[in-house]
Every structure is written in C-alpha cells, then in structure tokens.
Design a protein around this ligand. Sequence first.
Ligand code: PLP
Length: 371
Amino acid sequence: MIFIPVNEPLLDGNEKRYLAECIDTGWISSEGPFIKQFEERFAARVGRRYGIAVCNGSAALEIAVAALGLGYGDEVILPTFTIISCAAAVVRAGAKPVLVDSDSVTWNMDVGQIAAKITPRTKAIMVVHIYGLPVDMDPLLALANRHGLKVIEDAAEMHGQTYRGRPCGSFGDLSTFSFYPNKHLTTGEGGMLVTDDAALAKRCRSLRNLCFQPGKRFVHEELGWNFRMTNLQAAVGLAQLERLDEFVARKRRMGQRYTELLADLPGLQLPLAATDYADNIYWVYGLVLDESLPLDAEDAMHRLLKAEVGTRPFFWPMHEQPVFQNRGWFEGERFPVAERLAQRGFYIPSGLALSEAQMEEVATVVREVLQ
Ligand SMILES: Cc1ncc(COP(=O)(O)O)c(C=O)c1O
C-alpha cells in the first residue's frame, strides 16, 4: 500500500492563475492587490466588517491578545485542550491563562465550567472551536456579557461552520482563523483576524505592521510585529475561498463516510455528527479509544504508521505542558476529560484530497489494528 498522508490539500481551482498574476505583475509582497480582496471577501463571508490578513493563525492570536490590551495582572479563561498558540499568546502578553476542561462528547471547552473560574482579574475568554463542532456560544456570550469580559474567538479550524445559523468567526470582539494546509481553506501559511470594530481593526493592522506610523514611519509609539501576509498567499486564499461551500460539503461527506465505515467497531468513540446548534464540518476525523481496548493512541498511531497510514495525536493539554509545569503553573490542577482525550485520541487522514478508495483503505487498517 502507498502511504496515505494525514493531510493533502486541494489546489485545483484558480490558485495557479492568481499566482501567475502575482509573478507577472511583480506584486509578491504584502502590498499586492489580492490582500485587500482576500480580507474583504473573507470578512464578508463570516459576516464581519473588517478582515486583517496575517502570516499564520498563531500570529493572529498574538495580535488579538495585544490589540485588546490584555497584559500583566489580567486573567484569560481558555480550554486546556487546545494548541499551544492560544496559551502562548496569553503568556507572552504577560497575562495569566486560566484553564477549563473539555466536554467528553464534543471535545470542546465545557462552557459550564467557566463561571467558577471568573475572578475580579478575569478580562477575557478565549474560546476555541475544536475539530469540527463549535463551542456552545449562547451561554458563553451571556456569561461574558454579564461580567464585561472580552471574547477572543479562535475559529482556526472552523471555516464555513455555523453556530445556530451564524458563521463561526462572527462571535468574538476579535475572531481569528488559520490557513495552514490542513484547514478547509489554505494559503500555505496564513491567518486572519476579523472584527466589526473599526478601532480594533486599525490597531490590529498597526500591530501586524511593526506599528509603523503614518507620516513618521520609523518612529514608534508601540511595539508590533512583522506578521504580514504576502500577495502570493492571498492569491491562493482567494482561489480557495471561491470553493469554500464545495469544500465544506466534501468534508461533511467524508466525515459521514468514515462514520459508516467505522461505526460498528467496538470501543471506539467517533466524532459527533451534530449537536442541536451545528452539524460537524469534520475539520479532522478524530478517534478516541476506549479503555476496553488494549492500546492507547500512541500504540495505535505507531501501528497505523507501520501499515502506511498517517495520523496525528490529539492536542496535549496546556496544564501538562513542560514549558508551563517548569514554571510551577497549574500544579495540582486536574482536567480528566482533556487528559483522557490526549492519551486516547488521534486523527486519521482527513485532507480534502483524500479519495473514497483511500478512506476505505484507512478504515480497513484501523479495523485490523484495533481488533
Ligand atoms: C485551534 C487552533 N488555533 C490556532 C492554530 C494556529 O494556527 P497556525 O498553525 O496557522 O499558526 C491552530 C492550528 O492548527 C489551531 O488548530
């Protein structure tokens, strides 16, 4: 069998044509015309007034935290089960990450645990939609409103997803996306902030561009970053955006097909197809191995690799990160659901270019490995 990678993007739309335009016109830096088009069309697609394209989703989070002025003495509530980028942005700003556990069925942050974590120092909630289903936003937004908290919405994995009919990415004071090649839309590397607040958008643009000042370019009142996206990346992004509905529909079909192929396997938790507020978009197709099975995620991934099937482990919780434990943080804090997901969860090939035949091969190998 030929190796089946965990992800392969689909780049067979207008990507080449728009890229050729960049080369032909010489617009390859962040000043080219595709940037503005991509920002405007992407923002419109998620129902926001402003889009600010950046070099990746992690950078978008750094800017979001800085733009909201979060820093020393502030606490930010976020899920422990997420990518390091979320906590890193909070920590680098000097603020304190305060963690909540996950819901065992949706794998998203357990919104019911947030209220107990709010203190007079809490300034924001960083909500992260995980793997294909959104977080239950209504109770979270009500809580944020009641306590005057800012909301950063990390919608990195949620292109084209909705919560009760409203686009993911439309909920945060600032919402962020990633365009890494495993996302529904890719620019190679890339990210975007979206917002409806003109002042916040202006601040994000400035932070993205080293806080150069109009008129006094090399005189700085504040420190920013060079987190700019190039016109080349925006060209690819624009071509991808034209196909978002098609991509979401394709991923949904893929998710449903995997579920058909694997549903009868004992001891395996599969992604939930839907909640009462959203249908899964299957950013990735995750599996969680029950304790009744004689192997954990690491063993299973090892065996799948030997059988030429690529996988990725689930996120490793923030409270178990050596980089934070070495600072004495989160000592004695336990988040059993996230810990179990990390030990027993991984995902199988889920990219847009995966064929039906490859999915059947993956399912056959999973069956062999687990039985
Ligand atoms: C939830 C979440 N947030 C942030 C990121 C970071 O995005 P990037 O890889 O573009 O830096 C990712 C990346 O996969 C992600 O899944």
